[in-house]
Design a protein. Structure first.
Lengths: 417, 241
């Protein structure tokens, strides 16, 4: 008989795992399709609703003056261009009672007179309907305020010029009187101090989205390892396999390899889903798009995803291997996935990189902090943090895996209750 | 013939349950040894200990002079184990199962061909095992154990739950295998007819102890019984008293 060889055993197990995986088309299809379809559906759904559920605004004029009439028409045109559904010429009572209108702009009596006076202010009233979504109301209100400020600026400039002429002032810049001290347009810089390009400004947002998307990846890989170990016992293939030269370590390593492979597939599909998500939004909203994508960032996301899976599986392994039922094992794996999820959702809103050391230090114990820092470190162009986080993730994975395997033996795995 | 399997005063305790209470037996080279007993008697625990999957609480087990638990990997080269009610991988074909086990044991195509000849599944060997009957799966599993011609084969309930034809096919395969290779086999079973057909010697196990042992003819003569079922009835009732 040929000599038994450990690498040959691991190769054989990986061959078995990958063959089974390749044939389980439904599982593969769900891993690949889930992020792509869900993100695409979210994007399409959002744009669909935005298109078919505009914000309704009524522009009501209580002033019969010429300036009020012109303003009402001009404001309505501007608001329509901003994507709002505007109706004008309604009575105030009608607009107030019609629940379609989330926001009512009222041009009060005397508006025309006030607009052309230099001793009074011409007010425009905004009435907001309670219960309408605040985000939509804010959008509409901002649009009205913007239109009013445009008009206000032009009127004040005209008045200043006219006063300047009357006073016999030669050279006059109305802006110097309206806003004698101003903040100039802010200049964005990248962490290295160089001026930022538009994509540099948006990159942190993309990075946060990539951190959030890590939560899509950890769950299918955990599910696979649960099915791989507990399922092997439930399908009654475990005992015979353990009686071969395939030791527990070999078995676990082959399962880890395959679950990491699944994680990478999920990660690639996740990135594809994100590309689709942005494509749909950008096509519908007209943003410039391709400059936002950064291959290095996506590569680091893939590395972070792989190591996040490895570390999650390593931690949950001794617990999973000790329970008999797939439901209990799934719950245990779910617990660790939720922990990971908590960090990744926090990474969406919290800048872990900039947390004060007193807060950051205890968080460093959790491997998921490092998964986040791999990506956030890149955004801040801090290569040291990126490399350190990758090294820590690898070290923690190996440590947890070693401890997991130390606490397990054939008997415990075989007789799990 | 020299002893291949030696079990001396083996005990195994799971928490408060004493599954084996001082089992001793010896199985010689080329012998088929039958282990007979009711559910929970300790047959599977004993076979798992001989296979090196469980560690005995006390006592000594030797397979060709090696401790199967401590010398686990060396014993793999000698021993094959078919667990009771073992399963197959739904997404692999029968042929791929043979390939997998050949790879695990670092064997060549000759072993795969031998395994395929044992299983006798024809073209169905190349189909995934999802569509296999229970008998086909059991034949496949048996061939996975025997394809590399182990010197020792432990077969736990090899025909449990199978119909007459499938059971006969498995029994013939075991018999043919031992005749061809001269290997040592322990078969555990509830089926007394199967044990009578297959085994050179029989050990009756009850409540974690071997309560009677000998060839089928010896046991029938010793207890004045017509068949092994009657022997077991007499022995078990004596144990109960």
């Amino acid at each position: 008989m040929a000599k038994l060889s450990r690498p040959a055993v691991i190769r054989a197990l990986i061959w078995k795992e990958t063959r089974e995986l390749a044939r389980d088309r439904k599982f593969l299809a769900t891993i690949i399709a889930s992020p792509i379809l869900s993100l695409l559906a979210i994007a399409l759904f959002t744009t669909f609703l935005l298109q078919y559920q505009p914000i309704y605004v009524a522009v009501v004029s209580l002033d019969s003056g010429e300036a009020a009439s012109w303003f009402t028409t001009w404001l309505s045109k501007l608001l329509r261009e901003a994507g709002l559904a505007v109706e004008e010429g309604l009575s105030y009572e009608h607009a107030i009672r019609d629940v379609r209108f989330d926001l009512i702009v009222v041009v009060p009596e005397g508006f025309s007179e006030n607009l052309t006076s230099i001793s009074r202010v011409a007010y425009v009233h905004i009435v907001k309907r309670a219960g309408a979504p605040e985000e939509r109301l804010s959008r509409a209100e901002e649009s009205v305020k913007w239109a009013v400020s445009v008009l206000s600026t032009e009127v004040s400039k005209a008045r200043i010029r006219r006063l300047g002429e009357l006073a016999g002032v030669g050279e006059l810049d109305p802006e110097a009187i309206r806003n004698p001290v101003q903040v100039a347009t802010p200049v964005y810089i990248v962490p290295t101090g160089e001026p930022a390009k538009p994509e540099d400004i948006l990159r942190p947002f993309i990075a946060r989205l990539l951190i959030l998307s890590l939560s899509f990846i950890v769950t299918p890989a955990s599910t696979y390892i649960v099915d791989g170990i507990v399922g092997e016992r439930e399908r009654k293939t475990m005992e015979m396999l353990l009686s071969t030269p395939a030791g527990l370590v070999d078995l676990v390593l082959s399962k880890l390899f395959t679950s990491s492979l699944i994680g990478l597939i999920a990660s690639a599909s996740d990135v594809a889903g994100l590309v689709l998500y942005f494509s749909v939004l950008i096509l519908s909203l007209g943003w410039w798009f391709w400059g936002l994508f950064d291959l290095a960032l996506i590569a680091l996301h893939a590395i972070s995803a792989f190591l996040s899976i490895l570390v999650t599986v390593s931690i949950s392994l001794p617990f999973i291997a000790r329970v008999k039922g797939i439901k209990t094992a799934s719950n245990i794996a779910g617990l660790f996935s939720i922990m990971a999820l908590a960090f990744f959702v926090a990474g969406w809103v919290v800048d872990f990189y900039k947390l004060p050391p007193t807060i950051q230090a205890p968080l460093m114990v959790a491997p998921f902090t490092h998964s986040i820092l791999v990506i956030q470190g890149y955004v801040y162009r801090d290569a040291l943090v990126v490399v350190r986080s990758i090294v820590v993730l690898i070290a923690l994975s190996v440590l947890f895996l070693y401890l997991s395997l130390k606490t397990l033996d054939r008997e415990k795995v075989l007789l799990a209750t | 013939m020299k002893p291949v399997i030696e079990v001396v005063d083996v005990r195994k305790v799971f928490g408060k349950v004493e599954a084996l209470r001082g089992v001793s037996l010896t199985v010689r080279e080329g012998e088929i040894y039958g282990l007979v007993g009711p559910n929970g008697a300790g047959k599977t625990t004993l076979l798992r200990i001989i296979a090196g999957l469980l560690k005995p609480t006390s006592g000594v087990v030797r397979v060709s002079g090696l401790d199967p638990y401590k010398d686990f990997y060396r014993v793999r080269e000698l021993l094959g184990y078919l667990p009771e009610d073992a399963g197959t991988y739904d997404y692999l074909t029968g042929y791929e199962h043979l390939l997998l086990y050949a790879k695990l044991y670092n064997l060549g195509s000759e072993a795969v061909e031998y395994g395929a000849s044992l299983i006798q599944l024809g073209s169905r060997l190349y189909e995934t095992t999802r569509g296999y009957s229970k008998g086909m799966k059991r034949r496949l599993l048996l061939s996975l154990v025997l394809m590399r011609r182990p010197r020792v084969a432990l077969l736990d309930e090899p025909t449990a739950g199978l119909d007459v034809h499938a059971s006969l096919s498995i029994r013939r395969a075991i018999r043919r295998y031992v005749e061809e290779t001269g290997s040592t086999v322990i078969v555990s079973s509830h089926n007394m007819l199967e044990i009578e057909y297959l085994c050179d010697r029989v050990g009756l196990i009850s409540r974690g102890r071997i309560v009677a042992e000998g060839s089928v003819d010896e046991l029938l003569a010793r207890y004045g019984a017509k068949n092994l079922e009657e022997v077991f009835e007499v022995v078990a009732s004596g144990e109960a008293q």
